[in-house]
Write a protein that binds this ligand. Sequence first.
Ligand code: NAD
Ligand code: UD1
Length: 337
Amino acid sequence: MANVLVTGGTGYIGSHTVVELLQAGHEVVIMDNLYNSSIAVLDRIEEITGKKPKFYQTDLLDQEGLKKIFEENKLDAVIHFAGYKAVGESVEKPLLYYENNIQGSINLYQAMADANVKKIVFSSSATVYGDPASVPIREDFPVHTTNPYGSTKLMNEMILEDIAHADPEWSVLLLRYFNPIGAHQSGLLGEVPNGIPNNLVPYIARVANGQLEYLRVWGNDYDTVDGTGVRDYIHVVDLAKGHICALDYALKHTGVEKVNLGTGNGYSVLQVLHAYENACGKELPYQIMDRRPGDIATCYADTTKAKELLGWEAQYNIEDMCNDSWNFTVKNPDGIK
Ligand code: NAD
Ligand code: UD1
């Protein structure tokens, strides 16, 4: 069992991963500046697991604070979630994104190197594939980014690869997530977007609970099953479990691996909407709009490498994802407080 620092551990994916880590018997230290999450997440984690992880309210940009965490804890590995993630905001405020996601991450990697902690699992994204030439997308496909957020993911991948090439004792797992949705089955943890959601399922959830009037479907003239965009939605609990497998791998190996975490199945916007209608038991209004700039038609993963290398495969289907999202939405109308 390992002692793991989870940056961004009170956030959406981080909190679910902390639960899986604790349930697998690992020790967890969380660091988060609470920019996009609530301290109350810690009580929710304790309610689910019976354990309350050690918590530091620390910013990645605070080098002294990071150093203190590594001095006060004997850590074996880091799972690095902390960062900003809004694509549109990154286009408006690129320097903010480069400072937080690049400078902040470099501070973390430096603190790790200084403390001789050389195992890391990093949150990358399928966004690094840009508009893929074909689907399913394999890890060896060319990478190309179209916005500063995506560039920060790709740059972090490159930085970590360079670190591992310079020092072969490092073990680096670059996990490229497809579209994480859903919530913990307990209804205690889930995604709480700031303001009006940009992503599909958080938006649908607010239409379902009456906070938003109707879904705007961004285009129905793509070359897909019904003309609307197709994505590989993955249950956040499956994604969290993927991190436990990645950590186990990192603890036993050195070098760099890039791994897709998706289900390998694509669903259109309207298919997701209909699955959500079944989950909440009502019809949900929508309107077809123009395409959203920067969107692609279809994106789903080839999951062979995750299966072969990590022994991991997604278990939950789109119905489970929508049911768990709705359960969380109903139980937490004001988010996690
Ligand atoms: P999230 O915003 O819920 O969690 C990120 C956490 O990091 C938040 O709790 C926030 O307070 C914290 N944080 C941000 N900047 C920080 C800083 N400078 N110092 C300390 N803490 C800081 O996001 P999430 O959806 O859980 O995403 C986790 C990671 O996965 C991110 O790196 C994101 O880019 C990546 N990712 C997310 C998705 C997705 O759809 N959610 C897809 C692909 C990749
Ligand atoms: C977005 C991000 C991507 C990020 C991913 C997961 C953009 C351009 N890309 O991708 O970098 O990695 O989220 O967090 O923002 N849709 C609607 N109406 C809505 C919202 C979405 O029709 O109100 C459609 C979109 O056009 C798309 C699908 O739903 O076809 C999924 O959209 P979204 O949840 O935003 O994810 P991505 O576009 O895949």
